[in-house]
Design a protein around this ligand. Structure first.
Ligand code: FNR
Length: 381
């Protein structure tokens, strides 16, 4: 009930709905940074498919189930999380707020939400680790071309308490993003998102000149490491052997790839199309999820992201068999609007709405949400 109580000053200060957060962020950010988070690839069809896919499902509630106690906590790779969602890896947070990933990490740690730190964060993984203490965090890697650099990133993540590695495999090339092309905006070129590279001894040792002396040369070298178009299953198997941490593969939408990932040692799958920012015209993630769940059965945890904006969406993802859902743009709009307090408010709203939705759907525990409470319809709203 607290959200309906007039005394909740913060709830009055910040927007409630996703569209209002987005509108407020649009008002506050310059065209370049706003376009960078808002936009998708090409015609935006993949981004739309994520949203439309979710609208194709309907929840069917049960009644008189005693829902006086609710629990939306989950277990992920042996660790507990207070909520069934994670904060997805999103880089270059300094373009959205001066406190950048630091604000996100503090909010996540305070509220018990797992945080996946991006490889291209504006704050180094060690600084984020210091701020998060024991709180649950994973490190996302764009597997570099260079073996030594890859091993260095993995070693640093292990040493600073990240408990899993998320290897993103859908972005060896940057998608055709028309808003960014129109704005001639690529945040990396201004040095954003380079903190993990510019603090890496292997990376620095391979530069001709330091980033202070030649920023452009250093950024282009980092970007070329990430543009690893030679990436193959063989490469992934090798990488798998370089760390004892669990590895999740992010960017899978095909059931065969999910099985190949497991065959090559993945400990989890993240069904994702990068929020519709990579392959335009691709399948929506919620459309891809059921086939992947069927093929993988219970072998490894499956996380899904893309278009999840509210409690109903989270319930739908879990009902279709995902272990957890990842949230992207919503928390970045929270960051842009209110720094740490904004991210916290987005998390609190999502948490409260998910709890409420769970109870109204007739379930007490998120882990009891299953396929029996969801329907696919032919005509989405
Ligand atoms: C991303 N995403 C992303 N993914 C990743 O693995 N590493 C990264 O650095 C980034 N960076 C990034 C920047 C921005 C501005 C956005 C919007 C997205 C993709 C992200 O992890 C996630 O897959 C999507 O954001 C999920 O979709 P929604 O929730 O934004 O619709």
């Amino acid at each position: 009930m607290s959200f309906y109580e007039l005394g909740d000053e913060r709830a009055k200060q910040f927007p409630v709905s996703f569209t209002d957060w987005e509108a407020k962020a649009r008002e506050l950010l310059a065209a370049g940074p706003f376009g960078y988070v808002f936009g998708g690839a090409g015609a935006g069809d993949t981004m739309e498919a994520n949203l439309r896919g979710l609208r194709q499902y309907r929840l069917q509630p049960r009644i008189c189930c005693d829902v006086s106690e609710t629990d939306i906590g989950i277990e992920l790779l042996g660790r507990k999380a207070n909520v069934p969602f994670l904060l997805a890896p999103i880089g270059v947070n300094s373009i959205f707020h001066p406190d950048s990933e630091m604000a996100v990490a503090k909010a996540a740690a305070k509220l018990g939400v797992p945080y996946v730190l991006s490889n291209v964060s504006s704050t180094s993984m060690e600084k984020i680790a210091d701020t998060m203490g024991e709180a649950l965090r994973w490190f996302q890697l764009y597997p570099p071309r260079n073996e030594e650099l890859t091993r260095s990133f993995l070693r640093r993540a292990e040493q600073s308490g990240y408990s899993a590695i998320v290897v993103t495999v859908d972005s060896t090339l940057l998608g055709w993003r028309e808003t960014d092309l129109h704005n001639a905006y690529l945040p990396f070129l201004e040095g954003h998102g380079m903190a993990n590279y510019f603090s890496d001894p292997v990376f620095l040792s391979q530069l001709k000149q330091s980033p202070e002396d030649d920023l452009k040369q250093a950024v282009l070298k980092a970007l070329s490491e990430g543009n690893n178009t030679r990436l193959s299953w063989k490469h992934f198997s090798t990488l798998r052997d370089w760390t004892k941490l669990p590895i999740l593969l992010k960017g899978i939408t095909h059931p065969h790839d999910a099985l190949l990932a497991i065959e090559h040692g993945a400990d989890g799958i993240i069904v994702s199309n990068h929020g519709g920012r990579q392959l335009d015209g691709a399948i929506g993630t919620i459309e891809a999820l059921p086939e992947i769940i069927k093929s993988v059965s219970d072998k490894v945890p499956i996380i899904v992201d893309g278009g999840f904006r509210r409690g109903a969406d989270i319930l739908k993802g879990i009902a279709l068999g995902a272990t957890a859902v990842q949230i992207g743009r919503p928390y970045i709009y929270g960051l842009a609007v209110g720094g740490q307090a904004g991210v916290e408010q987005v998390i609190l709203n999502l948490t409260a709405e998910t709890e409420l939705q769970l109870a109204i759907s007739g379930k007490s525990r998120i882990r009891d949400v299953d396929r029996s409470m969801i329907w696919k319809i032919d005509q989405p709203l």
